[in-house]
Ligand binder design. Structure first.
Ligand SMILES: N[C@@H](CCC(=O)N[C@@H](CS)C(=O)NCC(=O)O)C(=O)O
Length: 194
């Protein structure tokens, strides 16, 4: 497999899952800062111009964080990245989706890059505050779900890998997570391959 990754981006969460699966893959750094994701060669692989992307051995390219995570969970069942039973599985999927589509794509993107959306500085500050509020509420949801467990749903799951990359951005977002998430994030960092 080929894994297209940019350091510091959400693809770091997928790296955590690849390590948990013991998957063999070639790491292809597609650095967002240098604009490599807009190169025609990369757009031919993922026309959406985003990371992560996972090229499978049959030539299929998987995109979208929750989809790649779901595929890994199903392709490497021994890693136990999703609980057994549909009712439990969809709870993990729902929180994963909330982290990626809600807290990352709306909250953190507005908080970290308001200038991408609005030219006016005052409006940018307002959008940043709006994004921060989404993440602040999201961190509270994660802290509540975590409680005194080691991982969000007890055993390590795809939701933890999503939470891992989001919490890694706390300084750029400008929100301090609750203390319980800080120690949880340190535990996840200790199993990260990078
Ligand atoms: N919906 C996509 C979003 C992925 C995404 O936003 N990736 C960011 C890095 S964290 C990216 O590639 N940004 C480049 C850009 O938007 O130009 C997914 O779930 O994978």
């Amino acid at each position: 497999m080929k894994f297209y990754h940019s350091p510091g981006s959400c693809s770091e969460g997928i790296l955590l899952l690849l390590a948990a699966c013991g998957a063999e893959y070639e790491l292809i750094v597609t650095d967002l800062k240098s604009g490599a994701h807009r190169d025609p060669a990369y757009l031919a692989i993922n026309p959406k111009g985003k990371v992560p992307a996972l090229g499978l051995t049959d030539g299929t390219v998987l995109t979208e964080w929750p989809v790649i995570a779901y595929w890994l969970a199903k392709a490497y069942p021994d890693a136990g990245l999703l609980p057994s039973g549909l009712a439990e599985e969809v709870k993990v999927m729902a929180l994963t989706e909330h982290i990626v589509s809600g807290l990352h794509m709306r909250g953190s993107v507005f908080a970290m890059m308001p200038q991408k959306f609005l030219p006016d500085m005052t409006a940018q500050a307002e959008l940043r505050r709006y994004g921060q509020e989404i993440v602040r509420e999201g961190f509270d949801v994660l802290a509540e779900q975590l409680g005194d467990k080691e991982h969000l749903f007890g055993a390590f799951s795809i939701a933890d890998a999503a939470a891992y990359y989001l919490i890694s951005w706390k300084e750029r977002i400008g929100i301090e997570p609750p203390a319980v998430l800080e120690s949880y994030h340190q535990r996840l960092t200790s199993i990260s391959p990078i």
